[in-house]
Design a protein around this ligand. Structure first.
Ligand code: TYM
Length: 333
């Protein structure tokens, strides 16, 4: 069945192998299936829920587009655009914020993590951010949303909002209730420094992540320094349960190889970590270096990237503004 795909990535810099394996790699596969209609959005409105330097933001928007294309998304097949250029996102977010309940938002764990101890000082946007995300998804009649595991709760909220809108206004099936596409084993890539913490763009230590723009030497160095334990490589899946760092590195290796945890465990069972790390560096360089080279090349042609965004925004706006017109009708505007 033809799927309507929507997903977004924040242009906050430092896109890393977690974003790639958890989300972007999946975008590419979905883009390659000719039956699908895909929309990939650089969510700049989401980025400004925390302070951004406008000049850096503008560059990061282009870098995110470059990353999409360098990873294999074809702008002729998929719509690539930035959220701020399609007004329907903000408008739908307002309307849906009148449908979503405070209690639902109060349960969002990502807000609690991001706001930290001083919630009073967090922006209102950071709090209502999942509603904007629901708007992004629902105005394109999206059927499937490829994301990493950290976005699962936001997608459940999106489903609740869609259903409540449909019920409140008696418009059965007006908003499609989207399905998350979350990969089984590789949907949560962890920090190279702490196997219990998610790999993140905002983590202070650059050694905690492999950025998609890292060169060969940086990759080798980061993998060499990645935390492991003192035991030899595990020989069963169960062995991984108490060994988060080993599990993470084996996960990264398996995902890059398009293999499974089981096969990787078999391949390295009983060997020591230094040997595994050499192979991990090699496959990482093999898969990531072509992307980072292509990102750099694309970034040298800003007008090309700007054109992709402009054309993508027009196409996205055509779809989204039709949905907004129907929403106006339903609401009595
Ligand atoms: P963002 O920009 O934080 O992350 C982009 C995508 O990368 C995934 N991801 C990870 N996957 C595995 N391991 C990790 N360590 C890791 N870190 C990030 C995220 O799950 C995400 O899929 N709110 C979203 C962006 C968004 C969106 C949307 C997504 C806005 N509107 C509509 C889907 C649909 C976010 O902040 O992603």
């Amino acid at each position: 069945m033809a799927k309507k795909i929507f997903s977004g990535v924040q242009p906050t810099g430092n896109l890393h192998i977690g974003n790639y394996l958890g989300a972007i790699k999946n975008f590419v596969d979905l883009n390659n299936d000719n039956q699908n209609k895909c929309v990939f959005c650089v969510v700049d409105l989401h980025a400004v829920t925390v302070a951004q330097d406008p000049k850096i933001l503008r560059n990061n928007i282009r870098e995110t587009v470059a990353t999409f294309i360098a990873s294999g998304i074809d702008p002729k097949k998929s719509i690539i655009f930035n959220q701020s250029q399609v007004g329907a996102h903000s408008e739908a977010a307002w309307i849906l914020s009148c449908v979503a309940r405070m209690g639902w938002l109060n349960r969002m764990t990502q807000f609690k993590e991001k706001a930290g101890k001083d919630k009073e000082k967090a922006s209102v946007g950071l709090y209502s951010y999942p509603i904007l995300m629901a708007a992004d998804i629902l105005i394109y009649d999206t059927t499937h949303v490829p994301v990493g595991n950290d976005q699962k709760q936001h997608l459940e909220l999106c489903r609740d909002i869609a259903q409540k809108f449909n019920n409140d206004f008696g418009v059965n099936d007006f908003f499609k209730v989207p399905e998350p596409l979350i990969q089984k084993d590789f949907s949560r890539i962890m920090s190279l420094k702490d196997g219990l913490k998610k790999m993140s763009k905002s983590e202070l230590s650059d050694l905690s992540r492999i950025n998609l723009t890292d060169d060969k030497d940086q990759i080798i160095n980061k993998i060499k320094k990645a935390k492991t334990d003192t035991l030899p490589m595990p020989s069963t899946i169960q062995d991984l349960n108490e060994r988060p760092e080993a599990k993470n590195l084996i996960g990264i290796y398996s995902s890059l190889k398009n293999s499974t945890l089981e096969k990787t465990i078999q391949e390295f069972s009983g060997k020591n970590f230094s040997e595994f790390k050499e192979d991990l560096s090699q496959i990482t360089i093999e898969k990531i270096s072509p992307i980072s080279k292509e990102i750099k090349k694309l970034l040298s042609d800003q007008s090309y990237l700007d054109k992709i965004l402009e054309e993508g925004s027009k196409k996205a706006d055509e779809i989204a503004s039709k949905k907004i017109k129907k929403i106006h009708d339903i609401m009595g505007f």
